[in-house]
Design a binder for this molecule. Sequence first.
Ligand code: DLL
Length: 434
Amino acid sequence: MTDYWDPLIERMPVDELKKVQEEKLVQLVHYVYNHSIFYRKRFDKAGISPDDINSLADITRLPFTTKQDLRDTYPTGMFCVPKKMVVRYHASSGTTGKPTVVGYTQNDINEWTISLARALTSIGIGREDVVQVGYGYGLFTGGLGLHYGAEMVGASAIPTSSGNTERQIELMQDLGSTVIACTPSYFLHMSEVVNKLGINFKDDTELKCGVFGAEPWSQEMRQRIEKQTGIKAYDIFGTSEISGPLFTECTYQDGIHIWADQFLIEVIDPKSGEQLPDGERGELVVTTLVKEALPLIRYRIGDLTVINSEPCKCGRTHPRIMRILGRTDDMIIVRGINVFPGQVEAVLLTIPEVAEHYQLIIDRKGELDTLTVQVEVTKDVFSDKISDLMRLENKVGKSLKTVLNLSAKVELVEPGTIPRSMGKAQRVIDKRKI
Ligand code: DLL
């Protein structure tokens, strides 16, 4: 056991937890109203005064905030503290439009790290462990986030960042890494390099688990990783706007624990904005209860999930969110049908002959959208007869059609064809000019 197992907080009876949230929410609305011109204007426009918010149920009266608000007020227009209080900045890559900038006070960094320390403890990571941090260090929150979290539980952190894979593997062996933290797609790449070197994780390293996130990955992908490498694969979630990586599953692997004394979560219908009950799938909305520099009120994260408020088998009472398989904005519409890359992955990985590397290519021929799913097959399968390959293509196509309700062209490609990623994988290439 490590220092970050605090049963008084993590197993707090749900009613008490709600009281804690209520008190913090009431304080928060006054804090943002008094410290940010942005929030003051937003509340005034919605005809809401901080005094109107007295219970958790009142939260639905508050307006949402979005990534667009962060962009419109770039770089620091939503901050609630003077710049001299900011001890760190991170920023999103800004592939579309302006990047979003997140600032942290010293207390924000502490709270972020506590969240991760609790999370890492819940998967059994502590003083004995060596955590290799293969998330990017820099403006991206993955590297530094996991680094601080690992140190707080007393583990040794190795800041390898991403890339330079052979060197990573050498260090993993030499320093006895027991944990690898990186995107699942980068771990797949690392596994290939491990195979090429003629070694395997089970016999030649001390690795016992992976902390994988920053991009969607399916339950089927987890099963493959665990079976092929012999390690436990845990899901970690967070976004830069609410600090960075923050929450993981526990060893029961049954949903991601959200620390309710720090964050208040809701799931809403993405179209109507109405709050949905537990168990219904919708868009995740987060209110930060303890952040100082950039508190967010009802921030629409854009990820689709389900809340489960039942206490977990591990005894923790905080709510869980189920695995995130897509975002409202990475849904692609092909011939009018909604497709999530995560659905495609889940189908592909139920077919043993296909590998974990795939890409969706969308194009438009005349008026008609086309969806091509390129997926790698294993070396053995690729050297099979053409007729066998065609049979397999048909099989994959049929399985996709059943789930997606859409015909996709399937292209089986040689191992190594799909570009490998060091960070977040690019699963979708949309060539349509709309
Ligand atoms: O990806 C923070 C992070 C770093 C999380 C390391 C986990 C590990 P952003 O770059 O702001 O922050 O991207 C956040 O990535 O809204 C999701 O769409 C996606 N995402 C993150 N974790 C998961 C996950 C970091 N476990 C966006 N499953 C989020 C599915 C995830 N999607």
